[in-house]
Design a protein around this ligand. Structure first.
Ligand code: SAM
Length: 293
């Protein structure tokens, strides 16, 4: 008989119309942290099935067991599409997982700009397996609004990873056309951005509209996907927008050489083959994207 205490947390997994008919529940070992920050309710739990998890306003952000998929895909895909990135920026990502992966590249510097200091400090304290590079001298953390931070920047970053919460609350502006124009201006002449773009099962119209929005600013826009068990729909997407380099034109051999030159190994989801396959989309996802003119 299972004698563990019956303490479960449940997330109402929201569709893009704000409704929910599905819950994800995890059995809790211990409630580690709870605080109403200036922006959101921050909770950290230790769970039996997925290790430590971060929830913001009741929405699952990351878990120790499956975080590597998300963090490897939001960083290595754009960073390896770029031939020699030196300056990188994460907008959001206060748990530190995206920065940890980015710092595996020989960057001069990687910035982390999260609006919520409480996410950063509680992650440092309780999620050190995820945010394991906070003390790295090449990481500069700035707790401020990513929208403000991005205004009026000119050709500063080679790669930007937008690791935001869902498009509600303080993150709404991180999905606006104005913000993407600021991102475009902040990127160097061959700069690349990747942002999380929700699940094709749950946010089909959002993915379509985002593709159009980015296509009005960037010459190259590509959707790529992977599997993350604790995210709504389990099948997740990111959108890459680039000024010059197109991931579809990058040969596998060059990708392998870039990884070898940068001495990146020991990853758990990403590989050169996964990079190539992640841009191959099933028909129902291809149909979400605007038709090519
Ligand atoms: N991997 C996660 C997901 O897709 O669910 C995202 C994780 S990360 C914790 C998201 C972060 O975005 C949060 O820490 C939140 O504080 C931050 N965020 C939301 N709005 C922001 C804004 N306007 N500027 C900077 N950071 C923001």
């Amino acid at each position: 008989m299972d004698e563990r205490v019956e303490h479960w947390i449940s997330e109402n997994q929201l569709f893009e119309n704000g409704l929910s008919d599905i819950k994800l529940s995890l059995r809790v070992k211990k409630h580690l942290y709870s605080k109403r920050s200036d922006y959101q309710q921050v909770e950290i739990f230790d769970t039996w099935g997925y290790g430590r998890v971060l929830q913001l306003d009741g929405v699952m952000q990351t878990t120790e067991k499956d975080e590597f998929v998300y963090h490897e895909m939001i960083t290595h895909v754009p960073l390896l599409t770029h031939p020699a990135p030196k300056k990188h920026l994460v907008i959001g990502g206060g748990d530190g997982g995206a920065s940890r992966e980015a710092l595996k590249h020989p960057l001069d510097i990687s910035y982390l700009v999260d609006i919520d200091e409480d996410v950063v400090s509680s992650s440092k304290q309780y999620l050190s397996k995820i945010g394991s590079e906070f003390e790295n001298p090449r990481l500069k953390v700035n707790c401020t609004d990513g929208i403000q931070f991005m205004r009026d920047r000119k050709k500063e970053f080679d790669v930007i990873s937008v690791d935001s919460t869902d498009p509600i609350g303080p993150a709404v502006g991180l999905f606006s056309k104005e913000f993407y124009q600021d991102v475009f201006n902040a990127l160097t002449d061959d700069g690349i951005m990747a942002c999380q773009s929700e699940s094709p099962f749950y946010y089909p119209n959002f993915i379509h509209d985002l593709h159009i929005k980015l296509g009005e600013i960037f010459p190259v826009v590509r959707l790529y996907t992977a599997v993350i068990p604790t995210y709504p729909g389990a099948y997740w997407s990111w959108t890459l927008a680039s000024k010059k380099h197109d991931p579809l034109d990058l040969p596998l051999a060059e990708l392998q050489q870039r990884m070898a030159r940068r001495k990146i190994n020991g990853l758990k989801w990403f590989s050169p083959e996964i990079y190539k396959s992640s841009f191959i989309l099933p028909p129902f996802v291809q149909q979400l994207l605007p038709k090519k003119k």
